[in-house]
Design a protein around this ligand. Sequence first.
Ligand code: VGL
Ligand code: ZN
Length: 257
Amino acid sequence: VFDTNGDGFIDKEEFTFCWNHWIKVIVRPVSAFLIVDVQNDFISGTLNISKCNAQQDGSEVVEPINHLLDTVPFDCVFYSLDWHPPDHVSFIDNVHMRELHPSSPVSADRAAAYDTVIFAGPPPMRQRLWPRHCVQDTWGAELHNDLKIVEGATKVYKGTNPEVDSYSVFWDNKKLTDTSLSTQLRLRGATDIYICGLAYDVCVGATIADALAIGYRAVLVEDASRGVDLADIEKTKATIVNNNGVIVRSDEVLPMV
Ligand code: VGL
Ligand code: ZN
């Protein structure tokens, strides 16, 4: 990250930048708590993760998240929302709206939810298809009713471009546009991001990968996250650890004394 000119070495300016960053992280940490996509559709609606391969109950994240919000004095709190227009590219029932690339592993007529197709583009774009979910201003897109919404928190909307999906809360999958999250974190001088929510192996995983790539100290709160696929959850964990992220239980995130 700090080899900004990509020559394989950390030169003097790069070292100074790196040092200024890390000394701040160590001496004066500023924490952000990011609650990813705890929305009705993922818990009991059209993309109910309890019906997916891992059969996990998404509603179980609500209690540990509320407990963290009540007990830990995070410097700032963010709630992300998957927020799709009706003609979104990720919806299986929209697959006929756009041309597929000849190399697509499945044709539009045979494609089913959870399959991956390649849209023609240009450029060609791989896309996993999902049941229609989190459509803007519908019940399915609302945050779970029991989730505590703290005062002064910021909501971050993603997946609003009909042509591109957005798993990470930082950027869409093609890195065309960033959400307000990067700006907000920079404005608040955040150094540490605690991430949790749904789905562990999709949006939570993509978000923590980006957070680590940017250079944040990133912590995944495991018991406050639930996912779609057990093998993918294991891959997500390995990626986090291999990139110097931390995985903790919510009872390990202690209020400061
Ligand atoms: C998500 C699938 C499709 C998520 C969003 O929030 O993890 N998963 N869109
Ligand atoms: Zn989505």
